[in-house]
Design a protein around this ligand. Structure first.
Ligand code: P6P
Length: 348
């Protein structure tokens, strides 16, 4: 059954839902000359998300907990679910025929798809297939993050490194899947941010958070204060500012940090707040990776009316130098980012 017919059937039965596929097709209708390639790519990402959801949801019951024994490019012990998620999203992107290659947190080099259909693919994808995976064994929400670009290298040829080292402001689409109390897919194609919740009863992502706008101000701050002694003076002063009592600005703020980027970001996106992973003595460039963590999250933050910088510059304007490059990361409510940057500047 074609995508249109399948979704029409839901409407005929009186279900008042908009499925991800229906939404993608409606949006495609608004994009002149869109031939459905991006829609098809997003559809395949949705399929992989459902497959990974099933595995993550049963993680305690089937043998996917614990480490897979290998160590990834980051020197992190790969959890079995990491490997599973990497394989599922890689396969889905290859099957779409729209993607000529990927850069993944789990793989040192780019992966090129060299079948005839994929070689002609218009897009490349940077992804963190399962971010925050050290939280898997303790049942804390984890996430998949993806970022889609038009390739620069000629179609019909192998994807090149230059396709992946584009500024974040060149992204065509970006999104994340959060495997939490429910599984949600949140994405943007540059026309706002929309959130879809997986209805396992019908196996569909259904529009649950249309046109997400993040509050301009907030009272949640998210930072790993265990690194406090390694922070710069400006970051330390900003954290103390968050903790000071001030009725007018509703301080002290609430500290919320669960060490899983997608979960920490998603909460602050909806409620307002600031997420900070600054440079520390241990991580002089910060910890989070530009290509497949900061750029996609930054695109979503901005599209929802928020901000994302490295403490000075807009994340989306940074020119990547390497696939796994790390950058300091400040993202969330615009007024909170501006205030944090005031402290960074004053105590530079
Ligand atoms: P720390 C998870 O490993 C991750 O990459 C992000 O999901 C998360 O925001 C960050 O690292 C947490 O790092 O050093 O605070 O444990």
């Amino acid at each position: 059954m074609g995508l249109q017919n399948q979704n029409l059937s839901f409407q005929m039965k009186g279900y008042n839902i908009t499925t991800l596929n229906e939404f993608i097709i409606r949006r495609q209708a608004n994009i002149p000359y869109a031939k459905g390639e991006l829609s098809n790519l997003l559809h395949h990402i949705g399929i992989a998300a459902k497959v990974v959801h099933k595995k993550v949801n049963k993680a305690g019951l089937v043998d996917v907990l614990g480490e897979a024994g290998n160590v990834n490019i980051q020197g992190e012990h790969q959890q079995k679910l990491d490997v599973f998620a990497d394989m599922q999203f890689t396969a889905a992107l290859k099957d779409s025929g729209e993607c000529c290659g990927i850069a993944s947190e789990e793989d040192q080099e780019i992966i090129t798809f060299e079948d005839e259909l994929s070689l002609d693919g218009k897009y490349i994808v940077c992804m963190d297939p399962l971010d925050g995976s050290s939280n898997i064994n303790v049942n804390v929400s984890i996430g998949t993050i993806f970022s889609i670009y038009r390739r620069i290298s000629p179609r019909g040829e192998k994807a090149q490194l230059i396709d992946f080292l584009q500024e974040g402001n060149k992204q065509i689409a970006a999104g994340y899947i959060i495997y939490g109390s429910s599984t949600m897919l949140v994405y943007t194609t540059g026309m706002g941010v929309n959130g879809f919740t997986l209805d396992t009863g019908i196996g569909e992502f259904c529009l649950s958070h249309p046109d997400i706008k993040t509050p301009q101000d907030g009272n949640i701050y998210s930072v790993n204060e265990g690194n406090y002694n390694n922070f710069s003076e400006g970051v330390k002063k900003y954290i103390k500012y968050c903790q000071d009592k001030d009725k007018e600005t509703k301080r002290p703020y609430t500290a919320r940090y669960i060490g899983s980027l997608v979960a920490d970001f998603h909460r602050n996106l909806l409620k307002g707040g600031i997420f900070i992973y600054p440079q520390t003595a241990k991580a002089p460039k910060g910890k989070l990776r530009l290509l497949y963590e900061c750029n996609p999250i930054a695109y979503i933050a901005e599209q929802a009316g928020g901000k994302a910088t490295d403490g000075e510059q807009r994340i989306l304007d940074l020119k990547p130098e390497s696939l796994h490059q790390r950058v300091p990361f400040y993202t969330g409510s615009t007024k909170m980012i501006d205030k944090a940057e005031e402290f960074l500047k004053k105590y530079k």
